[in-house]
Design a protein around this ligand. Structure first.
Ligand SMILES: Cc1ncc(COP(=O)(O)O)c(C=O)c1O
Length: 325
């Protein structure tokens, strides 16, 4: 087994907390606490990716995502911390009043390039073409794919499972649930669970891609990681469960019922969920697991996303209704 090297960016281990909501107790793994500016699940992946970028003596780091991409913002911060210049390829439009993650991107001087949805569908090609231009000028560029989800990046969540094993008794756990965007968080957990031979379900709440697409992405990443790093374990495909139907309004939108749940949750627990990922994942958790009584528990992973809240603050305050459902 080839374990890749990394730098230290994340404040880990993140705590596992017992939370009470609507009179029910359950466990939350607080991956929103991986660190303030970098915050959230992306940081674990960036530890490996930024190491690789530095090893290759990159001067520039390219990555991509939506205009409120937590990953792009975390990558930009990590690149700057490591002495490299970030360039972000964002699905969205330039804004005179950048909010949330985009504000941070601008604030720290990341170069931003905006793409339409159809252009974003070929973002990997676009990043590659741009990279070629830099290379011709003698500049070294490291390209990080969407969500940091490569067979290297997902090591962050292979390790997450080892970390969690030291914190909980897995004989009392039947699964782990998190939001799935690019799929790397889920893929890493699947590999980690296979390496440790854990018989648990890995629940993914797809917020960006349709269920069949994200399932393929996750399995390809997990199998690719096993092959690339000669891990020699066998993936249990049946342990991957996609919980579909919690982002039917679209990645950039959120329904009023989910907003109400997010608000209620914040007011009872003091924890804030974001509108693109954790709010939708928690809706799935609430419907499927919170009220299910005794027996083995499913752990909810809070993957961060706090900056995304600011881009939707009027919705959070109930001052504006995005769309009625
Ligand atoms: C807050 C948050 N949660 C969950 C995810 C999903 O992670 P992944 O892209 O690894 O599926 C992301 C990023 O996409 C995110 O920013």
């Amino acid at each position: 087994m080839k374990v890749p090297n990394k730098i230290n960016l994340a404040a880990i281990p993140t705590p596992v907390q017992q939370i009470k909501f609507e009179g029910k107790n359950f466990l939350i793994k607080r991956d929103d606490l991986t660190g303030m500016e970098l915050s959230g699940n992306k940081v674990r992946k960036l530890e490996y990716l930024i190491y690789q970028a530095k090893k290759g003596k990159a001067e520039y780091v390219f990555t991509c995502g939506g205009e409120q991409s937590n990953h792009s913002r975390a990558t930009a911060l990590a690149a700057v911390q490591a002495g490299m210049k970030p360039r972000l390829f964002l699905w969205g439009r330039e804004s005179k009043k950048p909010e949330g993650n985009l504000f941070i991107d601008k604030f720290i001087g990341a170069e931003t390039t905006y793409l339409s949805k159809s252009e974003y569908n070929r973002v990997n090609e676009i990043m590659f073409e741009e990279r070629q231009k830099y290379v011709k000028e003698g500049k070294r560029v490291y390209v990080i794919p969407e969500g940091g989800s490569s067979t290297l990046g997902i090591w962050g969540y292979v390790n997450f499972i080892y970390e969690l094993k030291n914190q909980v008794d897995f004989s009392k756990i039947s699964g782990i649930l998190s939001a799935s965007g690019s799929g790397g968080t889920t893929a890493g957990m699947l590999v980690g669970a296979s390496l440790l031979n854990l018989d648990i379900k890995i629940y993914a709440v797809n917020v960006l891609y349709p269920a069949e697409v994200i399932k393929k992405k996750i399995l390809n990443l997990a199998e690719g990681c096993i092959l690339d790093f000669k891990l020699g374990c066998k993936l249990k495909d049946e342990n991957l469960v996609i919980l579909e139907g919690y982002s039917y309004e679209g990645y950039k939108k959120i329904t009023n019922d989910k907003l109400s749940l997010i608000k209620k949750f914040a007011r009872e627990t003091g924890l804030i969920l974001d509108p693109a990922y954790t709010g939708k994942a928690f809706k799935a958790y609430h419907e499927n697991f919170i009220n299910k009584g005794k027996g083995k528990q499913v752990i909810f992973v809070h993957t961060g996303g706090l900056f995304g809240v600011f881009a939707k603050k009027e919705l959070y305050l109930g001052a504006k209704v995005e769309e009625s459902y």
